[in-house]
Design a protein around this ligand. Structure first.
Ligand SMILES: [Fe+2]
Length: 292
């Protein structure tokens, strides 16, 4: 176990989100427009790794945005499933940003992304075994204690499976959430990509998860490579993903949802249209469940 400088083992409070509705992933091409126009967006998600060295103007812009909007902080670099010691410099930066921006949630992925000190630009899947559950849950617990806040852990898309796996992916996600007592960031696009790539059932996947732990949903676009789907975040949300989202919102209405688009980033108005589509589906399901 690495030696995190824990600040007195503060109890981990179950965070109460101050976000609701459909937010948008804040990307640098849109920052100026957001500052100038203060669009009607309920919250933004900030990529922690884009701001690790941020000082000066960028930090000032982000603080100004924080004055107007709730934020969540999304990470790709904790490598929670890795076997290298947790990166203490990364954690210190994360804690600094947590204190500065007071995000409703801090999230990272159910994967590993570094080995022997080398950071990969991929979110690599783990074998779905009890040993891996214990391993990643212990590291999630360490980070949660350090931050004094529950993490949201996101399911990842993948292009390979391990013959060592003994659990289904959804059983693995569920077991980690229970063992670490963390929350779940459910990426519906990732579920659908894996449904296509590995022949899963998206509905069975949803019904295996501890849905009461889902605090946020991600929606993004994949790229169709013919024989497989690539989680490229360079497209609009596809129709099958909207359908799965509708199924999900029937089960957990009113769950905060985020539109993420990271490559070939379009005009901000395109993201607002995607967010409006998601909100329309969410509202439909809320009306349905409340009998309005
Ligand atoms: Fe995601």
């Amino acid at each position: 176990m690495s030696t995190l400088a824990l600040s007195g083992h503060r109890p981990i409070e179950r965070a109460v989100a101050n976000i609701s509705g459909t937010g948008i992933g804040l990307r640098s091409p849109h920052v100026r427009e957001v500052l100038d126009t203060l669009p009607e967006v309920p919250w933004f998600e900030v990529l922690m790794d884009n701001h690790t060295a941020a000082g000066g103007r960028i930090a000032h812009e982000l603080l100004t945005i924080r004055e107007h909007y709730p934020l969540t902080l999304h990470c790709v670099g904790l490598s929670l499933g890795g076997i290298d010691p947790l990166d203490q410099q990364y954690l210190r930066t994360l804690k600094h940003m947590q204190e500065r921006y007071e995000p409703a949630w801090v999230s990272d992925h159910l994967c590993f992304s570094s080995l022997d000190g080398t950071h990969y630009h991929d979110l690599l899947p783990l074998p779905y075994t009890d040993e891996a559950v214990q391993h990643i849950a212990a590291r999630i617990s360490q980070v949660q204690e350090y931050l004094g806040q529950r993490l949201l852990i996101e399911n990842v898309s993948s292009y390979m499976t391990y013959r060592h796996s003994r659990l289904s992916e959804a059983e693995f996600v569920a077991a980690v959430c229970e063992e670490a007592d963390c929350l779940l960031l459910l990426d519906i696009n990732n579920v659908y990509v894996n449904e296509f790539n590995h022949g899963l059932s998206g509905i069975d996947y949803l019904d295996t998860l501890p849905l009461q732990r889902v605090a946020e949903i991600h929606l993004g676009g994949y790229e169709d490579k013919g024989s497989f789907l690539l989680d490229a975040h360079n497209n609009a949300v596809s129709e099958p993903v909207w359908q799965l989202y509708r199924q999900c919102m029937q089960r957990i209405p009113n769950t905060p949802t985020l539109i993420e688009w990271d490559n070939e980033i379009p005009d901000f108005a395109v993201l607002q249209t995607e967010a409006a589509n998601a909100q329309h589906i969410a509202d439909e399901q809320t009306s349905y469940t409340s009998g309005i």
